[in-house]
Design a protein around this ligand. Sequence first.
Ligand SMILES: Cc1ncc(COP(=O)(O)O)c(C=O)c1O
Length: 330
Amino acid sequence: MSDQLSKLPRARAVLSLIGDTPLVPLRFEPEGITLQAKCEFLNPSGSIKDRLASTVLLDAEQRGLLRPDSVIVECTSGNTGIALAMVGSAMGYRVTILMSSSASGERRRLIRRLGAELILFNSAGRYQTGIEMSREMAARDPRCFLPRQFENPLNVEDHEHGTGQEILRQVNGPVDAFVSGFGTGGTLAGCGKAIKRAWPQARIIAMEPAEHALLAGECPCCHYIEGVADGFIPPLLRGAPLDGEVKVTSADAMAMARRLHRDFGLLVGTSSGANVVAALETARQLGPRANVVTLLCDRAERYFSTALFEPADDPYSANPFPSVVEFISQ
Ligand SMILES: Cc1ncc(COP(=O)(O)O)c(C=O)c1O
């Protein structure tokens, strides 16, 4: 950690762009199913994690836990790091992000561009390594503030009173199901609670990578749906009113993300594809008139270097047009 001085005060206008994301109907043919998709990728840093970052840091500031020389330290698979770096930059605080070396290069570059420090740890140790490192840093340096996304109750409360209430206002009538993957579990637990309270018959469904279906009690192994299923059942998920889970393979998640790019013009990441596959499966079970809500969590641009943009064996990966058309001037 370098001993750079705090940058307070800063312009905070970007914080007003967080949340109140649109909910759009997506019509799937030939499935004959319409899903309601909440466009979290439209948050200013490009993911649902902007909500957590601004809520936790504004709360900490209000409670006097942040000082001009504070350093915000968090272990994250990427989106939370980008969000904290953005909010920290706008609020004028230093940010240090601990991230697995397997996270995509785009995430690293965005975090660095937003002015944060980045510490990479060996992905073989999984998340626990980074979480322990952040705790050791805080024990050594009293300037460190840990948002603790995996255990902070504000993570759930923010989605319960924010995202969940937005969904209830935006859906015209009862919600029959809410489908989402989980990283910290904050989104699923918070939105799940809000929706269940308003519509007790609603089914709250967890999307899980098929290769790593922990809730289904299946042996962990690697998957390619970045941002979800980090190797353990997160503590915040314990209070979630879950009714079931749907398993999605990484290949199906990527094929659906590519379909969202090509057929819907929605440039979203792999986990958004996975959520849509699980939401379609849920809608199939509940019938064509069911109101099924899911989330488009982040933007495609942060996956350029991943398998999502590699040629693949699905109809959405190929583009029939030549990639370069020469313009011949006379
Ligand atoms: C990319 C991405 N970020 C964040 C989330 C939500 O994570 P959390 O459980 O931490 O709220 C998801 C969930 O699907 C996700 O796919």
